[in-house]
Ligand binder design. Structure first.
Ligand SMILES: *[C@@H]1O[C@H](CO)[C@@H](O)[C@H](O)[C@H]1NC(C)=O
Ligand SMILES: *[C@@H]1O[C@H](CO)[C@@H](O)[C@H](O)[C@H]1NC(C)=O
Length: 300
């Protein structure tokens, strides 16, 4: 008996060693240090639930500026939800000083361009293979800088992500740096002064992955009307962008409902794949709505 146990643990250590990494421990946040090509030094943390579903889904949950994988792991509801629904959560950790995400360089704003978006997409690909996960259930969400990155990933990897939920971000390409800066702050965008037509913003998305003609992730976007860090106009620009991408008429939404999903919030549905939720009187911190996220992603 004892020998068998010893043999079993020896074999699992050997298996992990062969793969050149420590196997993530189910039920605790674990770092993956080797996952194929990583063009940037973004950290890869993963939460594999103790009750892993067969052919599990994957949620990528992306932290805000000054945040970390650990902080977002503790401060977001996805760990608990992953135990409930059996999906895996990937928590990337920004490699930049100040730890915002690079959403400004040409590299990150291009499919397979060698930026942070590329590194995060490779974390997903590793996880799909390693856990025989379900490629039709891969989702992304994030807050603030992580919300910006959610839009960037939806734009650069429409082939990987099936849906995205953005909390208090800016649209894809809005933070672009004219001088090609990596992880550059863009005041014009943050102040809500980068405005364009739905078609122009859609073209920004199309140009991030030229020639791509497959399906695109459905998008849900939250923003507070009293956001002074990323001005509320960024909500409108983000809705224009995704409405434009899907060919919906931004000026004629399908429906607008007050006090949905809660008092003071307004839900606007532009079409089957795009909806926005505007939170009246709320600042830069719009609370995550885990149970609603589960519905949007299709787990609940
Ligand atoms: C900021 O972003 C806008 C697009 O939103 C771009 O036109 C402008 O050049 C950027 N500013 C800088 C300083 O890079
Ligand atoms: C979409 O792209 C694929 C691969 O590049 C190509 O084979 C196909 O003809 C394209 N379809 C359309 C409708 O453009």
């Amino acid at each position: 008996m004892r020998l068998l146990t010893l043999l079993a643990s020896y074999l699992s250590v050997a298996a992990a060693a062969t793969l050149g990494k420590r196997a993530p421990t189910p039920g605790s946040l674990s770092q993956v240090t080797s996952f194929g090509t990583a063009p940037t030094k973004a950290g890869f943390y993963i939460y594999v639930p103790k009750k892993l579903a067969a052919s599990p889904g994957i949620i990528v949950a992306i932290h805000y500026c000054t945040g970390s994988a650990q902080a977002y792991f503790s401060g977001s509801p996805y760990k608990t939800l992953s135990e409930q629904y059996g999906f895996i959560v990937i928590y990337p950790s920004s490699p930049h000083s100040g730890t915002c995400w690079d959403v400004s360089s040409k590299q990150t704003l291009s499919h397979e361009g060698g930026g942070d978006s590329n590194t995060i997409a490779n974390m997903v690909k590793w996880t799909l293979t390693e856990y025989k996960a379900d490629a039709t259930k891969v989702y992304v969400t994030g807050t603030s800088s992580g919300g910006m990155m959610t839009n960037v990933l939806a734009a650069t990897y429409p082939d990987v992500f099936k849906a995205g939920i953005v909390y208090s971000g800016v649209n894809a390409g809005c933070f672009v740096s004219s001088s090609g800066g990596v992880d550059a702050w863009n005041n014009t965008c943050a102040n809500g002064q980068s405005t364009a037509t739905p078609q122009a913003w859609a073209n920004v998305v199309f140009n991030m992955y030229p020639g791509y003609n497959g399906s695109r992730p459905k998008m849900q976007v939250y923003h507070g009307s009293a956001d002074s860090t990323l001005k509320p106009q960024n909500y409108q620009e983000t809705m224009k962008q995704w409405a434009g991408v899907f060919g919906y008429d931004y000026n004629k939404p399908q429906s607008t409902k007050a006090n949905d999903p809660q008092s003071g919030y307004t839900r606007t549905i532009y079409g089957p794949s795009v909806e926005g939720i505007y939170a009246q009187g709320v600042g830069h911190s719009v609370s995550m709505r885990g149970a609603d996220d589960m519905k949007f992603f299709g787990f609940a």
